[in-house]
Design a protein around this ligand. Structure first.
Ligand code: ATP
Ligand code: MG
Length: 602
């Protein structure tokens, strides 16, 4: 990720070296000034002005070189951050649907935002403390080796001291950082759920319970944060004390050697060594600080690695690209079990079905019967555990699924819209569409009228998940989205269930037009949606128990389909006897209400 930024980072390092030069030069200039003051007879006053002039130049250049360094470094870091974020987003699009079913959106969001930020911060710290420490140690050693070589071994002692201290702190700090990240991720997950649930929470007036739950997670982050800060604080203090003592020891030792005349040290030498020891002290303490930040950066890298190195990917490369899908499907003894499924029976058992191009297939069954699982297999979200599933005579495992999915449209009960304009939501990745085609799709989906009423029509910005539209309006947008794709295969997952009776009739008409000549799978709870189906698959506990046209199925009184229907009428009876009186005063609910209820529950 960083290698494309080598040039920028190199330039930034040069600016950084120049910008940091005063820290290393000033002790030398101070020592020179002390020498001049302590022996005026030997040094002319001119030397003092020269030292002052050099000091001014070294300090003054910092103003320019620091901002250049900062600017180039920032550019490199921000680019790497953007690249990392995009890499994670790309990976999220490649990861399998089952990965996403188990992953938590909040945690993934935290990775893309927080963890990438931490990694950028680590690079910045690496400059401000790591590189500084390294250069300072080298320059100090060089200067001391030139002026008082005997002190080099004493200075070198600082390195093992820093390494020992770091070793003591590392493990405990690493553990604290890991705990803090987990607690933050859990809070993000909870927050996301809490935000989604706000209307339900408000409707049930259970804000206090939700707050109590939120508080538990917030407190866990607080505790983990406190523990982390304690480790940081303790580590910083220990580092500072060790190195400050070390610096003091250096100063006193130099002064004592000079005082006793053991070594021929001038006052300037004492100041120089004392000054460098002090700089070294701060630098090494800062370096240990940087290691803490780096530990956090490493933890964030590990966190991103959980996504970037995950192998649960949909692989498309090298597979057969389908340029033209006819829409023939063949399931042969297909079994499917979800990874980690709790029940012992597969979600789909020994399922065999042949669907010809252009055929309309209804899928019905009680809740948990396996309808959504079957749709998942159709879309290639799941791969059969056993058995074979072919599309146009090709095993779906060998097909580049992206080429296949471009020729599918899905209209589901839960319409997913993103924060964008109405136009963007309808087009959703489809280009080269004329305005006339777009308007025709809107008209056919019975959406033109309500879109025209929106403040900016097609260019109205929809809130997150299309919050400003009604359920029925959202659904009609989804139908327009399907129409514009002109797909070969259509999947209607309870597509008309959110519509009122009137608009359902209009949309059904639009869907009927859309279904013409296209292989269509219809998961429906309403009889009216199944009328067009040439074949109806009745699922029960993952097994195909009945297959036939609507008339066939209705003519079998002992069949599963009839049993499902009888169950519905039973529910309607219960509904009629237990429901409150009709609000308009009649003693019974009107017949169409019952019919709708019956239809809804089929
Ligand atoms: N991600 C999953 N992991 C484990 N088991 C799952 C998963 N999704 C579904 N199942 C199980 O698979 C079975 C079939 O579920 P499926 O979602 O296909 O039912 P369905 O017919 O669509 O039901 P509904 O009408 O309620 O939507 C159920 O027993 C369910 O518990
Ligand atoms: Mg389902």
């Amino acid at each position: 990720m960083y290698s494309p930024e080598r040039r920028l980072l190199g330039i930034s390092t040069v600016f950084w070296l120049v910008r940091s030069s005063p820290f290393w030069v000033l002790p030398i200039l101070t020592a020179n000034v002390i020498e001049i003051v302590s022996a005026p007879a030997v040094h002319p006053i001119r030397s003092l002005w020269w030292n002052a002039a050099w000091g001014t130049v070294f300090i003054g250049q910092h103003l320019v070189t620091h901002s250049w360094h900062y600017h180039t470094l920032s550019r490199a870091v921000r680019r790497v951050e953007a690249r990392l974020r995009l890499a994670v987003c790309r990976q999220l699009h490649l990861l399998s649907i089952s990965y996403h079913k188990h992953a938590h959106g909040g945690a993934l969001q935290a990775k893309v935002m927080q963890d990438v930020e931490n990694i950028g911060l680590t690079l910045r710290e690496l400059y401000s403390n790591g590189l500084y420490a390294l250069c300072t140690v080298l320059i100090t050693l060089a200067v001391v080796a030139c002026r008082v070589p005997v002190f080099v071994p004493i200075l070198l002692l600082a390195t093992p001291a820093a390494a020992g201290l770091h070793h003591c702190l590392r493990e405990r700090l690493g553990e604290a950082i890991h705990r803090y990240r987990r607690a933050s991720e859990t809070l993000s997950i909870h927050l996301r759920g809490m935000l989604d649930m706000i209307p339900v929470t408000r409707a049930h007036a259970v804000e206090e319970d939700e707050l109590a739950r939120a508080e538990r997670h917030v407190r866990k982050v607080e505790e983990a944060g406190l523990l982390l800060d304690r480790q940081y604080g303790g580590g910083n203090a220990a580092a500072w004390v060790v190195f400050a003592e070390f610096g003091l020891l250096g100063l006193v030792l130099t002064a004592w050697l000079s005082y006793r005349r053991i070594l021929p040290l001038t006052p300037g030498d004492v100041v120089l060594i004392g000054g460098y020891f002090a700089v070294l002290t701060n630098v090494l303490a800062g370096f240990l600080n940087m290691l803490s930040v780096a530990a956090r950066g490493l933890e964030s890298l590990q966190s991103l690695d959980e996504v970037l190195a995950c192998s649960d990917l949909e692989v498309h490369g090298g597979k057969t690209r389908l340029l033209e899908v006819r829409g023939a499907f063949l399931f042969q003894n297909v079994f499917f079990t979800y990874p980690g499924q709790r029940t012992c029976r597969p979600a789909l058992t020994d399922f065999s079905l042949r669907v010809d191009p252009g055929e309309k297939v209804g899928i019905v069954g009680a809740s948990g019967a396996g309808k959504s699982t079957l749709l998942g297999l159709l879309l290639g979200f799941h791969v059969p555990t056993h058995g074979c599933f072919q599309l146009d005579g090709t095993d779906l495992r060998t097909v580049d699924l992206t080429s296949f999915r471009r020729q599918i449209a899905v209209v589901s009960q839960e319409t997913l819209l993103f924060a964008g304009t109405v136009r963007e939501n309808i087009l959703h990745g489809i280009r080269d569409v004329s305005e006339a085609q777009l308007l025709a799709a809107m008209r056919d989906a019975n959406a033109a009228e309500f879109i025209a009423r929106l403040p900016q029509g097609l260019d109205t910005f929809l809130g997150e998940r299309g919050a400003m539209l009604s359920g029925g309006e959202r659904q009609r947008l989804a139908i327009a989205r399907a129409l514009i794709r002109s797909p070969r295969v259509l999947i209607l997952d309870e597509a008309t269930s959110a519509l009122d009776v009137e608009s359902e009739a209009l949309v059904q008409e639009a869907l009927n037009r859309l279904m013409l000549g296209r292989t269509t799978f219809i998961v429906a709870h309403r009889l009216s949606s199944l009328r067009r189906a040439e074949k109806i698959v009745v699922l029960k506990a993952g097994q195909l128990v009945e297959l036939g046209s609507l008339t066939d199925l209705l003519s079998r009184p002992d069949g599963e389909f009839s049993r499902l229907q009888a169950h519905v009428f039973e529910c309607v009876d219960r509904f009629r006897t237990t429901s409150p009186p009709h609000p308009l005063g009649s003693h019974q609910w009107p017949m169409d209400q019952q019919e709708i209820a019956a239809d809804m529950h089929l």
